[in-house]
Design a protein around this ligand. Structure first.
Ligand code: GTQ
Length: 353
């Protein structure tokens, strides 16, 4: 506000005090913050080094079983939003641990979940009667309101990244959840049945869409994405901002696999020094292979993260990101971009330097 006399200030304050009991407040005191000239996220960039958190994640198994915890997860909380169980204003991220022989009991909820497998193999997740065995680098979907449980018939601890739209559902006050009566749901279809139908650029002739607008395949195996990106690397020029980057799709629509969260995998070739870009969708990254550096900037801050396999980092909305990699690397990421696109508010700027 402009310079105003203390007399005017006092009379305005008296007015604000008078209207406050009526649950009224003046817009002109907050307009600038409510309608900012550009995004001004309360989140900050953050990095979770896997080697620092792994002992605690594995150690949590000494404290509580997967069954008692229901989901034994350490939440990745944005340092500027502690206590809110979120990594950005709209997204949740956590690392879930399951040991051989354990079961994370069946439940369902309106929140959609993605799993990105970080470490170990042999555990399965079951969705609507079909189990999927999980391998490192696989991207797996739990559609809204589908029954799901996790179990482990293998022989090593298994860790995956849980990405959920929990904060979005909380914002809309639209969350419902219920527990199953049995810890593990009955298996009603063989493993791979959904992928056979929908996972090969083919679809049933009278294509039913079992989960509405959400993808009918709940497993996107890493080996397929790896092959695609390695071929692109041979056949195509590298993108100066992204390296080689693909988004995951719903095979029935070509759109996003999930309504609330978009997912991506990218390969940065050896010696890649990317150009900077910024986007309105704050993004969570999971490092699959290799190492590199993320330079993240806003008008008032500069951050540099050196990342290695299994590390996670978050880039808030409208922060500038530049990625480099000497040895080459692969990065999985997810954001709330499908929602931005649906609302017509997604914005991206690819900068030259
Ligand atoms: O696996 O259903 O990390 O409901 C948080 C909430 C995982 C799950 C989380 C959940 C789940």
């Amino acid at each position: 506000m402009k310079n105003i006399s203390s007399e005017i200030q006092a009379s305005r304050q008296a007015f604000y005090d008078a209207i406050s009991p009526l649950n009224l407040t003046p817009l002109w005191e907050v307009l600038h913050a409510l309608v900012p000239p550009q995004p001004n996220s309360p989140c900050v960039p953050a990095l979770w080094k896997y080697e620092l958190l792994e002992p605690y994640l594995l150690g949590s198994a000494q404290l509580i079983t997967a069954e008692e915890a229901v989901r034994r997860v350490l939440i990745l909380e944005n340092p500027a939003l502690r206590g809110h169980s979120c990594i950005t204003q709209s997204l949740y991220a956590g690392l879930q641990l399951i040991l051989p022989g354990e079961v994370a009991p069946s439940h369902r909820h309106t929140q959609s979940a993605l799993r990105f497998i970080v470490s170990g193999s042999g555990a399965y997740t079951a969705v609507d009667g079909e189990r999927t065995t999980m391998q490192p680098g696989d991207f797996i979907i739990t559609p809204s309101m589908t029954w799901h449980d996790h179990g482990h018939d293998g022989d090593e601890p298994m860790v995956w990244l849980d990405g959920l739209d929990i904060p979005m559902l909380r914002f809309f006050d639209a969350g419902f959840a219920e527990n199953d009566t049995r810890p593990s749901q009955e298996v009603s279809r063989p493993e791979g049945a959904s992928f056979a139908r929908y996972g090969h650029n083919m679809a049933p002739v009278r294509a039913a869409s079992p989960y509405g607008a959400t993808s009918p395949i709940f497993s996107y195996p890493f080996q397929h994405v790896l092959r695609a990106l390695q071929k692109m690397q041979r056949f195509e020029p590298v993108d100066a901002w992204d390296g080689f980057k693909l988004r995951y799709t719903n095979p029935l629509t070509g759109g996003w696999p999930m309504l609330t969260m978009g997912t991506f995998m990218q390969l940065l070739p050896k010696g890649f020094a990317g150009r900077p870009y910024r986007q309105t969708d704050g993004t969570v990254f999971s490092v699959v292979r290799g190492a590199g550096t993320a330079y993240i900037e806003s008008a008032s801050s500069q951050t540099e993260f050196h990342f290695e396999p299994r590390d996670h980092f978050v880039v808030p909305s409208w922060y500038t990101l530049r990625l480099t990699s000497t040895e080459g690397c692969m990065l999985f990421s997810y954001s709330d971009r499908p929602v931005h696109e649906a609302l017509g508010i997604h914005k991206e700027e690819r900068l030259i330097s």
